[in-house]
Design a protein around this ligand. Structure first.
Ligand code: FDP
Ligand code: ZN
Length: 358
């Protein structure tokens, strides 16, 4: 239905960006970054669809049947290929410095350019081999004229972002973006390789009964996260008084797109595993851009206590716990972190033992 409406309006990403710049000329550099991302994303979508048939594998040769490492090779090759595609595209845009998940150090692109970009070129890449959605996430910040070094440009809170976006390479390729106004969605037309407008203003449902979390980490979570999930699993008999549903794609972009479409909440909290104290996701190119897009669609994003967009980074690859989605549910989860009454007198282990003994 939505696609039909879009076809009637005939709006493309280019028209959308041109209209924004016509209204506010200061948006021209951000619009140029969005165009660069769209170009690299269209090529990435093509390569992902080709999989082992593509030029990213064995110089274009189709791997022999039974090739032991075919899947893993495609995944690794795509990681490198997408990094190259996005770096090349962004080098043609007004971007001074690039931080990428694939690079240890920031990379200098165009000295004196007004913007810097942080990017995860291939999010959820372990899903490549199993033909499940993956994506690209990026954040656009103003370059700081007095930055002491390349990394210093990125030590700004997420609220300073000039724009952000993510692309989901799924059954359809969808590009979600905001330049500080409403979060908009575009769909790649594989016939023309151009993005068409899908929805001008995404609005995340304020309430939902659907949550996304990797529940296998239950025993490592802090008491607040456990208490919320315990209560959700108790359904209409529990404190939250309603039955819940769970989804976990293990590609944050795909979970995020579902939440933009029908509401819900996503959690990747910090936990007790070694190296997971601040969760798994990276602040600059995963957490912060998602938070920006979520807020511009009426949702909320927090680390459990603090608003994500207020956090000032201290390192380019730092991790950050993330809870985002439907505003009321995010507030409920913050409540579990801040109201000691909600986690007092709970003994899930005792309860489980009791059940087993019964
Ligand atoms: P990946 O490492 O495959 O890139 O970016 C981190 C991420 O995927 C997210 O996309 C995803 O939500 C999460 O990790 C999956 O983590 P688990 O393996 O712990 O479920
Ligand atoms: Zn990622």
């Amino acid at each position: 239905m939505r696609m039909g409406r879009t076809a009637m309006t005939g709006n493309g990403l280019d028209d959308y960006l041109r209209a924004l710049v016509a209204k506010d000329a200061a948006l021209a550099p951000v619009a140029a970054v969005m165009r660069a991302v769209a170009k690299a994303a269209a090529e990435t979508a093509k390569q992902i669809a080709l999989g082992p048939l593509g030029s990213s594998h064995d110089g274009g040769a189709i791997p022999e049947a039974g090739h032991a490492n075919a899947g893993g090779d495609v995944q690794k090759a795509l990681d490198l290929l997408t990094d190259r595609l996005f770096t090349e595209a962004l080098a043609d845009a007004p971007v001074a410095v690039l931080v990428s998940e694939e690079l240890d150090e920031p990379k200098r692109l165009n000295a004196g350019a007004p913007l810097v970009v942080a990017i995860d070129p291939l999010d959820g890449s372990s899903n490549i081999d199993v033909n499940v959605s993956v994506g690209t996430i990026f954040s656009i910040l103003p370059a700081l004229p007095d930055a002491a070094d390349d990394a210093a440009h990125f030590m700004q809170p997420g609220s300073a972002q000039r724009g952000a976006g993510f692309v989901v390479y799924g059954p359809q390729t969808i590009f979600i973006l905001s330049v500080g106004g409403p979060t908009a969605a575009f769909i790649l037309d594989p016939r023309s390789h151009a993005f068409a407008l899908l929805k001008e203003e995404m609005a995340i449902a304020p309430d939902s009964h659907e949550y996304a979390i990797n529940a296998s980490n239950y025993r490592h979570w802090d008491p607040a996260v456990r208490a919320f999930i315990d209560d959700a699993m108790e359904g209409e008999d529990g404190r939250l008084s309603r039955n819940h549903n769970m989804r976990w794609v293990a590609s944050m972009v795909a979970d995020a797109y579902r939440i933009f479409t029908r509401g819900g909440v996503f959690l990747y909290p910090g936990d007790q595993r070694k190296g997971y104290g601040a969760g798994r996701l990276r602040l600059l190119y995963e957490v912060s851009p998602i938070a920006f897009l979520v807020e511009h669609a009426g949702g909320k994003a927090t680390d459990g206590a603090k608003r994500i967009l207020d956090i000032v980074p201290t390192a380019v690859h730092q991790r950050c716990p993330l809870v985002f989605g439907s505003a009321q549910v995010v507030e409920t989860i913050v409540g579990y972190h801040t109201d000691p009454k909600l986690i007092a007198n709970r003994s899930p282990l005792f309860k489980a033992r009791g059940l087993m003994m019964g």
